[in-house]
Write a protein that binds this ligand. Sequence first.
Ligand code: GLP
Length: 243
Amino acid sequence: MAEVIIVKSQEEAGEIYAYAVAEAIKANPRLVLGLATGSTPHTAYQALAARVKDENIDVSHVQGFALDEYVGLDPSHPESYHSVIRREVIEPVGLNPDLIHVPNGAVESLRHAGADYDAAIEAAGGVDIQILGVGTDGHIGFNEPGSSLASPTRMKTLTEQTRIDNARFFDGDLDQVPTHCITQGVGTIMKARHLVLLAFGSAKADAVAASIEGPITAMCPASALQMHPHATFIIDEAAAEKL
Ligand code: GLP
């Protein structure tokens, strides 16, 4: 059963996330964070960075696992999720880069990269708090509609809609957007102990309604959260308008 918190602003959502994570790190300095990219988690990472600084919290042992990565994009590319996670999370929050992992999207490693990544998450003790955004089509990570709700980390093809949505990160040029990705599976994501899905704006309203009130179906991967024992949706009024 999902808990739904409706907030006035992205900043308020970020504060709720940052408070929960900061308290969890104080209780367990080796906390394992699940990290997401996209524009949605931005205020959450900023709020966490501010809280860590204000309260002088030791984050040097915090571990992290990103949800996904593009295939075939060099990790040094500014829009690779290696770069995004470094720029938006590791650097502002002051995390230890050696403890923060992003799936390996190098073409030559794809055969083993998914299983290796799931094994690394297990070896770290599993994800404690997983932050999630949601695609306009209900995808989480890069698990597009039709993804098995039991899926492990593996390579996937990006839908045209997701590539169009993400072209804004590639100078608006669809041709520059990779066609494939490696993503934690829905099954992998569901193993995290606490899932926190953020969604803002009316463009996400259909996906949010389908995720919370629709049938549990692979056609809306975020609907799997209905089966999770501890899932929290933090959404603004526009994203909640179809509930
Ligand atoms: C991408 C990411 C997802 C993210 C989604 C929504 O496809 N792989 O993890 O949730 O975009 O993006 P945004 O937060 O920018 O709306």
